[in-house]
Design a protein around this ligand. Structure first.
Ligand code: BGP
Length: 478
C-alpha cells in the first residue's frame, strides 16, 4: 500500500479544536442561566445525578471560559486555528427550556465570544445541543421521550439562527446523536432510569431528536441562505473479533446502531435494517406524516467524533467493555489509553472511507484526541507538559486522515477534542486531559486556573502552518 504525501490536505482545510459549553464555561448560575442536566451530574455519565448542584461538580466552574474566553481564543489563534467548535448552553438562552422569550444576557455572551473569534479570523462551528438540556425539560417532560421537546428545540434553534446566522455558517444539530440509545439522561434528558426505560421510549426519543434535527435544518435554510448544517455521530471502527461469519454479522449489527443515524440524516428515511430491528422487538414508532415530511430536510455534511475502535462477537462469554459511549470487546492487537480506550489510527481511515462511500456527503471530524494524565514540569524556567504521547496519538491519526483524503474522501476540516483541558464528559474529571493548553485545576477542585502551553501546542501550530506537511508517517503508535 502506498503512503500518501501529507500535502493531501486541501487548501482551505479547516484546522482547530472542539469544546462543549458545559465542560468549560463554568458560571453555571451567571447571566440568568438556568440549570442544565450537567449541573446535577458531578460524577459523569454512568453515576446517578444529584438533587441539585453540589460542590464536587467540576462543571459548575469548568475552566472558567465564561470569563476567560478572550485569553483562550487568543491562544487558539496563536496556534493558527481557522475553526473553533463550541456549543451553546441551551439553558443560557432558555433557562427552563419552555419559555416563550429567550434570555438576552445569555445571547449577549455568545455575541461576545463570536466577536472574539471574528477578530482572530476563526470560523465558528456551533453545536446547538451538546449534552446540556435545561434540567427543567428533564424534570417536567422526561426529556426527549416527550414529543413537546421538538417544539422547544425548534424555537431555541430559530432564536440562534436569527441572532447568529449572519456570522455562523457551520452548525451541528445534536452532539453524538446516537448516544441517546446508550446514555439516555446525558444525551436525552430522560429521567427514567436506564434499566426501566423501555425500548419503545428509547427509540421514540430518538425519533423526536431526528425530527427536531431535520426541522432545525429547514429553519436554518429559511433564515440563512448559504448555511451548512451537519449531523454529528459518535463513531467507532468495529471489527469482528474473529473471522467467524457470526462475529462479522455481530460487527455489522453494532455498526448499524451508529449508521442508522447517518442514514436518516442523509437519506431522509429509516433504513430497512432498523425497521426490522424495531419490528422484531415489538416497537412501533409514532411517526406522523408531518414527521416524514420533516425528515426530508437532509443535512449538508456529516460530522463525527472518533477516538477508538472495538471488536464485536457473537460469543456471549467474551467480556465486554465500554468505549466512548459505545460498547464492544477489546481488540488484542491495539494499545490502550490510561482510561481503557483502544488507540487505532487506521480505524479513522476506515471510518472516513466508509462514510464517504456510503453517504457521498462532505465529512467533518469534529472530535478526536487522547485523554491522558499530564504532569506540569519546568523547562528553562517555563512551566509546560512534555506530552509526546499526545503528539504521537494526534500525529498518527492525522497521517491516516491524510491517507483517507488521498483515497478520495472529501473532508471539510478537523477539530481535535478539548484543545484546552476541560472537564471530561464520561468521568467528570479534569485529570483526563486532552488539551494543547494545560489548565491548573485538579479533580478536587483546587488550582489557580492558570493556563500553560504544552509541548503539543507548538507541534499543532506547526501542523496547521504547514497544512499537514509536518506530520510524520509511522510514529510510535501507528
Ligand atoms: C464525546 C463528547 C465530548 C467529549 C469527548 C471525550 O463523547 O462529545 O463531550 O467529552 O467524548 O470524552 P471524555 O470526556 O469522556 O473523555
Amino acid at each position: 500500500m502506498t503512503t500518501a504525501t501529507t500535502s493531501a490536505f486541501p487548501e482551505g482545510f479547516l484546522w482547530g479544536g472542539a469544546t462543549a459549553a458545559n465542560q468549560l464555561e463554568g458560571a453555571y448560575d451567571e447571566g440568568g442561566k438556568g440549570l442544565s442536566i450537567q449541573d446535577v451530574m458531578p460524577r459523569g455519565i454512568m453515576a446517578p445525578w444529584t438533587e441539585g448542584p453540589t460542590a464536587d461538580n467540576l462543571k459548575l466552574e469548568g475552566i472558567d471560559f465564561y470569563h476567560r474566553y478572550a485569553e483562550d481564543i487568543a491562544l487558539f489563534a496563536e496556534m493558527g486555528f481557522t475553526v473553533f467548535r463550541l456549543s451553546i448552553a441551551w439553558s443560557r438562552i432558555f433557562p427552563n427550556g419552555d419559555e416563550d422569550q429567550p434570555n438576552e444576557d445569555g445571547l449577549a455572551f455568545y455575541d461576545r465570544v463570536l466577536d472574539e473569534l471574528e477578530r482572530h479570523g476563526i470560523e465558528p462551528l456551533v453545536t446547538i445541543s451538546h449534552y446540556e438540556t435545561p434540567l427543567h425539560l428533564a424534570q417536567a417532560y422526561d426529556g426527549w421521550v416527550s414529543r413537546e421537546m421538538i417544539g422547544f428545540y425548534e424555537r431555541y434553534a430559530r432564536v440562534l439562527f436569527e441572532r447568529y446566522g449572519h456570522r455562523v455558517k457551520y452548525w451541528l444539530t445534536f452532539n453524538e446523536i446516537n448516544a441517546l440509545l446508550f446514555a439516555p439522561f446525558m444525551a436525552g434528558a430522560i429521567t427514567t432510569p436506564p434499566e426501566e426505560l423501555s425500548l419503545a421510549d428509547r427509540y421514540q426519543a430518538m425519533h423526536h431528536q431526528l425530527v427536531a434535527s431535520a426541522l432545525a435544518t429547514k429553519v436554518a435554510r429559511d433564515i440563512v441562505p448559504d448555511v451548512q448544517v451537519g449531523c454529528m455521530i459518535a463513531s467507532m471502527a468495529y471489527y469482528p473479533l474473529t473471522p467467524d461469519p457470526r462475529d462479522v454479522l455481530a460487527a455489522l449489527q453494532a455498526e448499524h446502531e451508529t449508521l442508522a443515524f447517518g442514514d436518516v440524516h442523509v437519506r431522509g428515511e429509516y433504513p430497512g435494517y432498523l425497521l426490522r430491528h424495531l419490528r422484531e422487538h415489538g416497537v412501533e414508532l409514532e411517526v406522523s406524516d408531518a414527521d416524514r415530511e420533516a425528515l426530508q430536510h437532509t443535512v449538508d455534511f456529516v460530522s463525527f467524533s472518533y477516538y477508538m475502535s472495538l471488536c464485536q462477537t457473537s460469543d456471549p462469554t467474551k467480556k465486554g467493555t465500554m468505549g466512548n459511549i459505545l460498547p464492544g470487546v477489546p481488540n488484542p492487537h491495539l494499545p490502550t489509553s490510561e482510561w481503557g480506550w483502544q488507540i487505532d489510527p487506521v480505524g479513522l481511515r476506515l471510518v472516513l472511507n466508509q462514510y464517504w462511500e456510503r453517504w457521498g456527503k462532505p465529512l467533518f471530524i469534529v472530535e478526536n484526541g487522547l485523554g491522558a494524565k499530564d504532569e506540569l514540569v519546568e523547562v528553562n524556567g517555563v512551566k509546560t507538559v512534555l506530552d509526546d504521547y499526545r503528539i504521537a496519538y494526534l500525529n498518527d491519526h492525522l497521517v491516516q486522515v491524510g491517507e483517507a483524503i488521498a483515497d478520495g474522501v472529501q473532508l471539510l476540516g478537523y477539530t481535535s477534542w478539548g484543545p484546552i483541558d476541560l472537564v471530561s464528559a464520561s468521568t467528570a474529571q479534569l485529570s483526563k486531559r486532552y488539551g494543547f493548553i494545560y489548565v491548573d485545576r485538579n479533580d478536587d477542585g483546587t488550582g489557580t486556573l492558570a493556563r500553560y502551553k504544552k509541548k503539543s501546542f507548538d507541534w499543532y501550530a506547526d501542523v496547521i502552518r504547514t497544512n499537514g506537511a509536518s506530520l510524520r508517517a509511522g510514529s510510535a503508535s501507528s
